[in-house]
Every structure is written in structure tokens, then in C-alpha cells.
Design a protein around this ligand. Structure first.
Ligand SMILES: Cc1ncc(COP(=O)(O)O)c(C=O)c1O
Length: 419
């Protein structure tokens, strides 16, 4: 018999195996200073394109003031315990009512963390006779929620309605045998590539198939739709979404999350979400902070307008220079380049050290081999000057990638990796 840890000593996993080259720089980097368009990395000023502070609220003086006052008043402990036991307050309820109204649903339920909340919501919505049909590119929290499911599940090809229909056919036949129902899950915006989920087309399938529709709108909430209510509002199908999820960790620049839908469904979920029933409630300073942020989302459209000015300038500037942004339909701005992992490392080092640009880098196995994805997250706190500097930097790194500079620079790393 083996020691349990043997496999860990042998294999650090698909990402962990790069730790020696990547840790502290490409992964687990330490960005310092106040959250904004400009921060410090390794002691250098960088334009930061890797933070989901879409509306620039993280460091807004009014937000910081409310956060500080709430911390002073409540500390970080209050309320203690799970919502169901001793962690429930009037302000949690007020936040739920305001969130429900904002996303045009009857009721909402506040979650301590988005990831766990998503996992538990999926878990609570389905029983062993039910069938889940979900997009193959779903976020890890959806995949983990589906993993808990005791019944059947089918994936459909990413944003492919024909594939979804095929799987709905299979699921419908199966549900007729089991006596269960069908849950379809999509994201409002797919965070890596920036595509919106095809919510309108999915919702239209309700005419033909019987299912309930659950949307994780982590990146859409606050950034899309006329009022900022997200991808469902943007596509005119908010009413067709049966359970809507968004996190506070992106446009709301905080921690926590919520689900929203019909009151009866929310009432059921609040008694059945294991990650909420058996874990501490969202702390009061975060609840108060969320109320403030929601108020700003509702009452001041200028944050969203500023965001979209930057998104438009960045995305059209990159496209004009011939960069491939794939199929993004949101603020998420992916730039696809061709190259190996060592070339990607040299390129990102050049971007950070010589151009002062900090963005995330994504490589195989997250995306196909031979592709480099530089992922930029524009925010309302960026300026047009930041955009211009970034466009020039991107032209420069592309030239060096194409003329083999990074290949030469990374030859020793390449040799070490191949050995
Ligand atoms: C699509 C999506 N769903 C859920 C989550 C999890 O949210 P949280 O950070 O609040 O746990 C994230 C990441 O923040 C996400 O990108």
C-alpha cells in the first residue's frame, strides 16, 4: 500500500508543476497599493488590468468611508453564526429586498461566498431524479455543484444552441423515465473569453422544452443591461431566468454574493443551502458595504459609463491594430497570441518590467496548446492615457513575439522544461 502523499510528491498537478518558474511572478503575484488603475508590482508602478473592480468602486472615497464606519461600528465578527441560527439581521433582509428589486426578481438571498453559494444552490435545486444540462465551459463553482448531483448530467458545447437542444432531447427522455425535472445552467458572461451566454436563445427553448434556467452572472451584474442588472437585462430575458446569481466580488468590489428568483424558491433555498446553513453569515461590515455599493450602482450611472468608455477605447484600439479579441461581448478583454509557454513567460516579463503593464496570462492547459491569452479587465478607474500606453506596449510585444525575440530569450527555460 502507498502513502497517500506519494502521488503529491510525484506530481504537483497541471498548474503546480510550473511553480518553480511561475510562483510569485506569473501566479501568486503580489500587487501592492490601493486598488486602482495603477498599483505596484515588485516595487514598480504598473497599470493594472487584472482586477475585477469593474466600476472602480473598490477605492471610491464614499465606499471606503462607509466600509470604515461599518468596520468601526460592527467589527469583523458580527453577526456570529449561520443565518439560520444566530447570524441573521434586519440589514441582511434589507440588502436582499434591495437586490431583488434591482435585478427585478420577487426575492433574493444573500450568500457568504459566491463559490460555495453556487455549489449549494445547484445541490439544493436538484434531486437524484433530476437532470442537469450545462455549458461545457462553465466556471469551476458550477462544475463542483454538478459534482454533488446524484443524478444524470449532460454538458452542451460552449454556447452552442444546437448542442443544447440535442442534450435537452436526451434529458427530456430521461426525465420522463425518472419522473424528475431539468435544470439548465449557463453563465451570463463567460469570464475567460468574455462571451455572453446565449441567454435569449436558451430562454426561447422554454417554448419547446420544460426546464428551469439558472444563470451565474458574476461578470454581467453591474456591467451589462440598461440599469446594470446584468446579462439577462441586456438580452431582455431577465424574466425567463428562474434563478439568478451574482457575486459581490466583481462590480461590487467586495465579498459575498446573492441569488434571486421567485419568493417561494428563495424561501426553499434559504432552508436548504448547506453552505449557508452550516457556515457563518456574511459579516455586517460587508452587508453595510454592499448596501452602499448597490446604492451607487442604482443612483450614479457615471461609473458604468466610464467603464464602457474605457472598454470601447481598449477593445477598438486593439482591434484596429489587428489583435484577435476572439468573441468577447463584455468588458472582459482577451487578447489571443500564438506562442509557447516559455515565450509567453518572456513576453509577460517584458510587458511588466519594460512597459509597466500588469495583466493576467493564461496558457495551456486552461486554453489550447500553442495559444497565449492575455486577459485585460478594464475598469472605470482606468484612463484613456492608460489605454494608449497599453496599446503601444501590445504592438511592441507582438513585434518581438513575431520576430523571435522571446523564443531566443526563453531558449534556456525551454531546454530546462523539455529535459
Ligand atoms: C463565474 C463566477 N461564478 C462564481 C464566482 C465565485 O464568486 P466568489 O468570488 O464570490 O466566491 C466567480 C469568481 O469570483 C466567477 O467568476
Amino acid at each position: 500500500m502507498r502513502d497517500l502523499f506519494d502521488k503529491i510528491y510525484r506530481d504537483k498537478g497541471p498548474l503546480g508543476k510550473w511553480a518553480e518558474y511561475a510562483e510569485g511572478y506569473f501566479v501568486f503575484p503580489k500587487l501592492e497599493g490601493e486598488i486602482s488603475n495603477r498599483m505596484k508590482f515588485n516595487g514598480k508602478d504598473v497599470i493594472t488590468w487584472s482586477i475585477n473592480d469593474y466600476l472602480g468602486l473598490a477605492n471610491h472615497p464614499d465606499v471606503r468611508k462607509v466600509d470604515a464606519e461599518a468596520a468601526l461600528q460592527y467589527g469583523s465578527a458580527y453577526p456570529m453564526g449561520a443565518r439560520m441560527m444566530s447570524g441573521h439581521t434586519d440589514l441582511h433582509e434589507q440588502l436582499q429586498e434591495e437586490l431583488a428589486a434591482f435585478v427585478k426578481k420577487e426575492a433574493a438571498y444573500v450568500l457568504n461566498f459566491g463559490y460555495q453559494g453556487m455549489v449549494s444552490t445547484i445541490d439544493a435545486l436538484v434531486g437524484k431524479d433530476d437532470i442537469i444540462v450545462y455549458d461545457v465551459d462553465a466556471h469551476a463553482c458550477i462544475i463542483d455543484g454538478v459534482r454533488l448531483h446524484m443524478g444524470k448530467r449532460f454538458t452542451y458545447k460552449h454556447n452552442d444552441i444546437e448542442s443544447l437542444e440535442k442534450n435537452l432531447d436526451r434529458a427530456t427522455k430521461m426525465a420522463e423515465q425518472t419522473g424528475g425535472g431539468i435544470l439548465v445552467i449557463s453563465e451570463g458572461v463567460f469570464g475567460m473569453r468574455g462571451e455572453q451566454g446565449r441567454l435569449k436563445e436558451i430562454a426561447a427553448l422554454k417554448e419547446k422544452y420544460k426546464f428551469r434556467f439558472f444563470v451565474d452572472d458574476a461578470h454581467g451584474f453591474g456591467t451589462l443591461g440598461a440599469t446594470g442588472a446584468g446579462a439577462g437585462e441586456e438580452q431582455g430575458v431577465q424574466n425567463e431566468i428562474d434563478v439568478y446569481f451574482a457575486t459581490f466580488a466583481k462590480a461590487m468590489a467586495s465579498t459575498g454574493a446573492f441569488i434571486a428568483g421567485d419568493k417561494e424558491i428563495m424561501d426553499y433555498l434559504k432552508y436548504n443551502l448547506r453552505s449557508q446553513m452550516f457556515a457563518k453569515s456574511l459579516q455586517m461590515q460587508l452587508v453595510v458595504g454592499a448596501l452602499k455599493r448597490l446604492d451607487m450602482l442604482r443612483s450614479d450611472k457615471s461609473h458604468k459609463e466610464k467603464l464602457w468608455n474605457i472598454v470601447t477605447a481598449l477593445q477598438s484600439g486593439l482591434r484596429d491594430r489587428g489583435f484577435d479579441l476572439g468573441t468577447t461581448q463584455s468588458c472582459v478583454t482577451p487578447v489571443y497570441l500564438q506562442g509557447s509557454i516559455p515565450e509567453a513567460m518572456a513576453l509577460v516579463k517584458d510587458l511588466r518590467e519594460n512597459h509597466g503593464i500588469f495583466c493576467s496570462i493564461v496558457v495551456y492547459p486552461v486554453i489550447p496548446k500553442g495559444l497565449i491569452l492575455l486577459r485585460l479587465i478594464p475598469t472605470a478607474s482606468h484612463t484613456l492615457e492608460d489605454v494608449q500606453i497599453t496599446l503601444d506596449a501590445f504592438s511592441s510585444i507582438r513585434e518581438r513575439l513575431e520576430n523571435g525575440t522571446y523564443k531566443r530569450m526563453s531558449a534556456s527555460v525551454m531546454a530546462a522544461m523539455e529535459s
